[in-house]
Design a protein around this ligand. Structure first.
Ligand code: ASP
Ligand code: MG
Length: 410
């Protein structure tokens, strides 16, 4: 008998038929003797529909009221799933985040969980109930309803699993696991049996949007075994996200992540003096724009060129800020490009293997793909290339690193 927290995302509960299918799936676990806590998202499209309703009234919504509105999506699902479980002959009880008492801070729309009271949930589990919990929501100290940020149900599930010391947290979604890269770009992409938390964080933050990043951080911190599985297929074992250990596949590279939402800004001919980098990045950061890669080159004439990347949504705003900075600094010109992408090789095996970067650069060169920027970290090598080469680049690298083949076990 195991205690399992399962999370079912929007598409898995997108219709009443699917909700009934989820109930049948849960019944299978209960009949095996497991205790199940099911954390659910709003039915697919519902959160966006609610956001649209709000924007029809005003674009200056109170974040408190927006949270009250958005949490209704998940509340619908917990009631329907509990009914479906009853109909399937099981005992089940639904809980909103506030009813469990998932205590958060008061940062509406991006609240962080502080504490979970597991008392009611445990009592229900012990009396043979399936406990159905609304994802993505909590309450603050004053009882205000809060939400955890888009995709936050993953975090609710992991946090519940940590609080209950569950044996496993299973994220049921519309894919059957984590792949070496996006199968829509490279059909030869292979499902990974295991991946480390660190690698998953890189894959997630680089755009493989299988799990909300915060949920992976949380699972790593509290040592919650996390598994990604398909809710539409029977019998698969998905991908287990674990700590690095010696039995983990000894591949140099686990996967190729990419991010299409990138834009690059270049400020040219800045006088090369102390404080210049701060003068350039400061106003961008102050405008709440996340800066990713940064490169500074010194020219012969004592000036410097400064390049950085931002999310494409922030491109226009960053460009305007930079044009202002350029005037202040007497820079020669500002050039922007929002047709770029970032492509990254990710793997914990990389630490002990030299030459990954050189194979990567050679592979891209052979395809005539120009590398615009490069950055590295302990477990990844990233390049910025022109958007039009994304697919070609991913496929060439997938081939070069033989990611379609099962890695050898050591
Ligand atoms: N319903 C919320 C969203 O769409 C939370 C979630 O699904 O995880 O972002
Ligand atoms: Mg999701």
């Amino acid at each position: 008998m195991a205690l399992i927290v399962q999370k079912y995302g929007g598409t898995s509960v997108g219709t009443t038929e699917r909700i009934e299918a989820v109930a049948r799936k849960i019944k299978g676990y209960v009949e095996r003797g497991d205790q199940v806590v099911a954390v659910v998202s709003a039915m697919s499209g519902e959160t966006n529909r609610l956001l649209t309703l709000a924007s029809e009234i005003t674009n200056a919504q109170s974040s408190r009221e927006l949270d009250v509105l958005l949490t209704t999506g998940e509340q619908v699902t917990i009631a329907l799933l509990s009914m479906a479980l009853h109909h399937a002959g099981l005992k089940a009880r639904s809980y909103t985040g506030g009813q469990v008492r998932i205590l958060t801070d008061s940062e509406h729309s991006k609240a962080r969980i502080r504490d979970i009271d597991d008392q009611h949930v445990r009592a229900d589990l012990d009396s043979g109930h399936v406990v159905v919990v609304a994802g993505f929501q909590g309450v603050d100290e004053q009882g205000n309803i809060t939400t955890l940020g888009r995709g936050g149900s993953d975090t609710t599930a992991v946090a519940m699993a940590a609080a209950l010391r569950a044996d496993e947290c299973q994220i049921f979604t519309d894919v059957d696991g984590v792949y070496t890269t996006d199968p829509r770009v490279e059909p030869k992409a292979r499902k990974l049996d295991r991946i480390t938390f660190e690698e998953m964080l890189e894959m997630a933050s680089l755009g493989s949007k299988v799990l909300q990043i915060r949920s992976v951080e949380f699972a790593g911190k509290y040592n919650v075994p996390l598994r990604v599985l398909s809710s539409f297929e029977e019998g698969g074992s998905g991908t287990l996200i674990t700590f690095e250990d010696d039995s983990v596949e000894q591949a140099k590279i686990s996967g190729i992540a990419f991010n299409r939402d990138e834009a690059k800004l270049l400020i040219k001919g800045v006088p090369d003096q102390p404080g210049v980098a701060h003068h350039i990045v400061g106003p961008v950061a102050a405008a709440n724009i996340e800066v990713d890669m940064i490169i500074q080159n010194i020219a012969q004439d004592g000036t410097t060129d400064f390049t950085f990347t931002v999310h494409r949504n922030d491109y226009e705003k960053a460009l305007r800020i930079l044009e202002k900075t350029a005037k202040e600094l007497g820079a020669a010109e500002v050039v922007g490009d929002d047709k770029i992408v970032k492509l990254s090789l990710v793997g914990v095996g990389m630490r002990s293997h030299a030459g990954i970067a050189s194979t990567m650069f050679e592979t891209l060169a052979n395809e005539n793909i120009n590398i615009r920027m490069i950055s590295t970290s302990e477990i990844k090598v990233s390049v910025v290339i022109d958007e039009k080469y994304l697919e070609l680049g991913v496929r060439a690298l997938h081939e070069a690193f033989q990611l379609d083949a099962e890695p050898k076990r050591v």
